[in-house]
Design a protein around this ligand. Structure first.
Ligand code: ACO
Length: 165
């Protein structure tokens, strides 16, 4: 199994565990691994973009991807677009390590502010970002193919990532 396949496996398993009851079952059940697309994205990563994986016993059990902030926000330069750790490996410090590497990478590329979007109902993600000192500073509708209206994402901001690094 290469990294792309492992990342997709983690993505889908963690989505199912996290968002069941928060997003429609149909949308979750329709998810499939996008292995070739993931491989391509890993090959095409630009200098300021990143993908870090967390391993346990030689197996990928978490990942974080991101780069420059995607929404032209005036206050935030960097973004973690996705961070997922398999449920059985959560609360062991892997998420913090992934954010640390992400913040370091962004800082090396001149970005010391950070924005991360999370589904409003996702208490796990929000608790994690709040523990790491993030502040809920933005809100926007979640737009995803196959998803109805009414879903909202909250943006957590760090105006200085020094403490994360
Ligand atoms: N509520 C409160 N505090 C929390 C929570 C929580 N739900 N989760 C972790 N923390 C705290 C930990 O106690 C720890 O604090 P400490 O160091 O003072 O003891 C700190 O946050 C770091 O915790 P980690 O163990 O490093 O976090 P973990 O490995 O569990 O990773 C993550 C956190 C990535 C949110 C993981 O739980 C996960 O994948 N959750 C499900 C998916 C998810 O919500 N992903 C984010 C979606 S948004 C996006 O992808 C942009």
């Amino acid at each position: 199994m290469d990294d792309a396949e492992a990342i997709e496996r983690v993505r889908i398993a963690t989505w199912h565990a996290t968002y069941r009851g928060q997003l429609p079952d149909a949308a979750l059940d329709a998810m499939s691994p996008h292995i070739e697309q993931r491989r391509q994205r890993l090959r095409d990563l630009g200098g300021a973009e990143f993908c870090f994986v967390a391993e346990a016993d030689g197996r990928v059990v978490g990942f974080a991807v991101g780069g420059p902030e995607r929404g032209h926000d005036p206050d935030y330069q960097g973004e973690v677009g996705a961070i997922y750790v398999l449920p059985e490996h959560q609360r062991k410090g892997l998420g913090r390590e992934l954010i640390r590497e992400s913040a370091r990478h962004l800082a090396r590329n001149g970005m010391t502010t950070l924005l991360i979007w999370v589904l409003r109902e996702n208490g796990i993600g929000r608790g994690f970002y709040e523990r790491l000192g993030g502040r809920a500073v933005r809100e926007k509708p979640l737009l995803m193919p196959g998803l109805g209206e009414g879903y909202v994402e909250v943006g957590y901001g760090w105006l200085d990532t020094a403490a994360l690094r």
